[in-house]
Design a protein around this ligand. Structure first.
Ligand code: MG
Length: 358
């Protein structure tokens, strides 16, 4: 009789987890060689290792448990030939679909993601109409995300290489929305922002590697009663346009903003400062974060605008004021803003949400 191995030892030697081994035993793919009549512990024999390792390779190759069972029932080299043909066909079909997607996207590169939201329901203290637009601008990918839902509006500007920034900003806004839906209050919005921080932090550290993702966030919540509340971290902003004047309502968490506040740099100089991209706070780069929260006074006719730095760095205050003066539909105004900013700004993604107070 071969050497008997506990499920833990066997698992280490064949690269299949104990949980997988139990599931393969349950479907008859790999039955333990012995069982202890007293304790009920299962044992595998060393002679079963080649079969277990073959299963591990096939699973990593994407072969289903049912197909592996069929192969063991009638083993043949021809089966490997068929699996390879199927893999080639799948790869070819995915390549073709991707090529079609690239062609469609290239034909219309300036197309904007758009979403109109008419917030409804008498429960909210303010009735608003909102529109949003986001564009990759001069970058290869869009790491910004925008959110417009009933009574919650947000922008997020993801940080990190590869797709990390895109994942971080999407995850932050998804988490924010789900958590705010549970508790629509000032405190609820702050906790939702903290939950978004934790979600990005956990995603970032999932592999135990050095965290490499984060995001800014600026979010406006319309409450059931009381004033709207803005929460923000990083350098995405909220502005209020009222009677021809644009006013910034958030303070950036960045090196250049600190220098401007200290009187060592002008707003204009900050735009070209070598450290203009360095944030002093971001969401998801540590397990905890300080969130700025403020009540926003607003009245009918006010136009609130959330935006990422790609927008406000591309356009001057005068340009913004003249475009926000437009009486066009909310969505048309935000489309125009982002389109014009993209034409000016070659370095960054560009996003904005406009919320008109009715
Ligand atoms: Mg940006």
């Amino acid at each position: 009789m071969d050497e008997l191995l506990s499920i833990g030892d066997f698992s280490l030697r064949c690269d299949l987890s104990a949980k997988m081994l139990r599931s393969y035993a349950a479907v008859g793919l790999l039955i333990p060689a012995a069982v202890d009549g007293t304790s009920g512990y299962r044992y595998y024999s060393a002679g079963q290792l080649p079969r277990a390792r073959l299963i591990a390779h096939l699973r990593r190759g994407g072969i289903s448990v049912a197909d592996i069972a069929a192969f063991f029932h009638d083993p043949s080299t021809a089966t490997f030939d068929r699996w390879e043909r199927e893999l080639d066909a799948e790869t070819a079909s995915r390549r073709e679909a991707l090529a079609q997607a690239r062609a469609a996207w290239t034909e219309e590169p300036l197309r904007l993601e758009r979403r109109d939201t008419q917030t409804k329901g008498p429960v909210m203290a303010h009735k608003v109409v909102a529109g949003s637009a986001t564009h990759q601008g001069g970058r290869e990918a869009n790491q910004d995300h925008v959110l417009t839902s009933d009574g919650l509006f947000a922008v997020a500007d993801g940080l990190g290489g590869m797709q990390n920034g895109e994942i971080a900003s999407r995850l932050a806004l998804g988490t924010l929305q789900a958590a705010f839906d549970d508790e629509r209050s000032r405190e609820g919005l702050i906790s939702a922002c903290l939950a978004a921080n934790r979600a990005v932090w956990e995603q970032s550290t999932i592999d135990g590697d050095e965290p490499t993702m984060g995001t800014t966030i600026a979010a406006l919540g319309i409450m059931n009663d009381g004033p709207p509340v803005v929460v923000h971290v990083g350098d995405s902003r909220l502005y209020r346009y009222r009677k021809g004047r644009l006013e910034r309502l958030t303070d950036d968490h960045s090196i250049t903003a600190d220098l401007v506040r200290a009187g060592e740099l002008s707003e204009q100089e900050a735009l070209t400062h070598p450290q203009r991209h360095i944030l002093t706070r971001a969401l998801g780069v540590a397990p905890e974060v300080d969130i700025d929260a403020s009540d926003i006074s607003c009245e009918p006719g006010d136009r609130l605008m959330l935006c990422t730095d790609g927008l406000f760095k591309a356009l001057t205050i005068e340009q913004l004021e003249s475009m926000l003066a437009s009486t066009a539909e909310t969505q048309e105004v935000v489309d125009e803003l982002v389109t014009v900013a993209v034409e000016h700004e070659v370095e960054d993604n560009v996003s904005a949400v406009i919320i008109d107070v009715a």
